[in-house]
Design a protein around this ligand. Sequence first.
Ligand code: NAD
Length: 461
Amino acid sequence: MALNEALVQSIVQEVVSRLETAPAAQQHGLFADMNEAIAAAKQADAVVRAMPIEQREKILTNIRRKTRENAEKLARMGVEETGMGNVPHKILKHQLLADKTPGTEDITTTAWSGDKGLTLIEMGPFGVIGAITPCTNPSETILCNAIGMIAAGNTVVFCPHPAAVKTSHFAINLVNEASLEAGGPDNVAVSIFKPTMEASGLMMKNKDIQLIAATGGPGVVTAVLSSGRRGIGAGAGNPPALVDETADLHKAAKDIVDGCTFDNNLPCIAEKEIVAVESVADELLYYMTTEQGCYAINEAQQAQLAQTVAPGGKLNRKCVGRDAKTLLGMIGVTAPEGTRCITFKGKKENPLIATELMMPILGIAVAKDFDDAVEQAVWLEHGNRHSAHIHSKNIDHITRYAKAIDTAILVKNAPSYAALGFGGEGFCTFTIASRTGEGLTSASTFTKRRRCVMSESLCIR
Ligand code: NAD
């Protein structure tokens, strides 16, 4: 056969494609085909179901330890592969999930006993859960989901974002190593070499998948909720931080900028814009720029930035999760050392304020009074019912805001990440079921309720 250019091209393409889909050395839980992956997870599930809860807990202990040991590596891999976020904050996120994601203690039993006997409601596993994960917190979501899902007695097939495959596969491998080292089965978490939308579609149709947890934007949540399977929808947010006239403005400026800039604004719960009442807006902006490393941009720069980060209203993926200095550099501004956030005052309809950008850009929409601020914040949250934040010392204001905005998360007088248990009470999760109402997910979210009745016995009252 003559070796012409077309033939060389096709050989090169074939080799590249094989290399792309070939398993990395000694990676557990990876398959060429989605149905094959699900079958392997089902086999592992039979072993997990038969296991004492104590052994499940040993697997979780190992996942936590491996997450801590690999926190820096996972953080670096995530940033390098996706180009988003920053390493120190991603390390903290991994440490947080290792320490504060609930395990088997989250699985509880409800009991009634009386003359007619004993009835229990137990939280049982679903079996193999399908989990679709984002590129913004790739390994964080996988490890956190794996802890909760395995704690509940399930195994899991992951459909990671194609832009974070390497990092996601590394995390899946850690989960299986953790299981094997605890005497558990391989394939408690599985995925495929090359995740695609088609493969996710196959997962959603597979009869062995009874529950799907989707963590991502509106498209994936709608797809899952239309699949005919039970779906947990952890969708998009656009959290406003409301600042009223009673707020401690120094603290509000610090908390809001700390929350907004965490991992370059990637967390779905992070402050995406501010709504401030008129009487405090300028002072807040002053503290943000003089004390908190915010760089104020003028109207022309706002237009330029909007055109760069969301041309034609469509998010420019190359800007998501980038730091403020890089974003400013893209519009020809050399920001001073220590710049960590971009700010300006503008109308709520400004695309830099109204859009969920996932970038350290904090526009301030000014409201004439508290009622107007609530109205604007509710509009800006776009009915996602995800997260909202408030800086106020007025309990009536806080209560009115909470009722009006109706979100899964409301943080008062703290950075948004307090909601994940970082500087706040409570457990950690990276899957916040905003659309379907479960709120912050944990092991118990990944169970089904089963009633177990013993008639006329076992009541010893
Ligand atoms: P994305 O929606 O682009 O992708 C998320 C996942 O869904 C990926 O695995 C992707 O491949 C898959 N996907 C997308 N559309 C799909 C479809 N139609 N069918 C099947 N699969 C599909 O989101 P992203 O950029 O990875 O993450 C950022 C978004 O996720 C933001 O909107 C953010 O608010 C949201 N998010 C929400 C939570 C939460 O807990 N509520 C957590 C993290 C991220």
